[in-house]
Design a protein around this ligand. Structure first.
Ligand SMILES: [Zn+2]
Length: 172
């Protein structure tokens, strides 16, 4: 995974319009702390997550939102609307690569188009929901290319080929 993140960071340097966003049901303090300590080279553009503030010895959590418009997401975070809101504000984007594992990663994948890719982690909730073809009674209609992964090199090969093409052209 570290190799993948390094490759993504390099890709972003070559193509500065690339955006890296994290949409997580954890919390912003946890994610920022992880990024600062484990992958400080990764220039993340946006963290969309529940809010945490230090309070005494612990953290006080607040939901990212309180929503009831999306029936397949929990009330505290609809990852699909978070993704589309970000894309409306910062896009358009030629391609979206979405990496997920949980059932709550299905909603944003329903927003993806034929130009996009959803990376589905093998053995986790997202893969099981896709195999069922239904979530909370709703039929799934995924337009994006689906790539199953249990090795981050699979994602690296699909997303960071841009670098190789640029390198190949420049070496001719
Ligand atoms: Zn949703």
């Amino acid at each position: 995974m570290i190799d993948l993140l390094k490759a993504i960071a390099e890709t972003k340097k070559l193509h500065p319009s690339t955006k890296i966003i994290i949409i997580s049901d954890a919390n912003d303090v946890f994610i920022q702390t992880f990024l600062d300590n484990a992958v400080s080279f990764l220039n993340v553009d946006k963290i969309i997550s529940n809010y945490a503030t230090y309070c005494g010895d612990g953290l006080t959590l607040r939901p990212y939102q309180v929503q009831n418009e999306c029936s397949i997401c929990p009330p505290n975070l609809c990852k699909g609307s978070a993704l589309t809101d970000y894309m409306k504000t910062h896009g358009p984007f030629s391609t979206v690569y979405y990496i997920g594992d949980g059932a709550n990663d299905i909603c944003p994948c329903l927003k993806l188009t034929e130009k996009d890719t959803a990376f589905v982690r093998k053995g986790f909730g997202m893969e099981k929901v896709i195999a069922r073809g239904k979530l909370k009674g709703n039929d799934l209609s995924l337009k994006a290319k689906i790539v199953y992964w249990d090795d981050a090199n699979v994602i690296k090969d699909e997303t960071c080929v841009f670098d190789k093409k640029v390198a190949d052209k420049s070496s001719i």
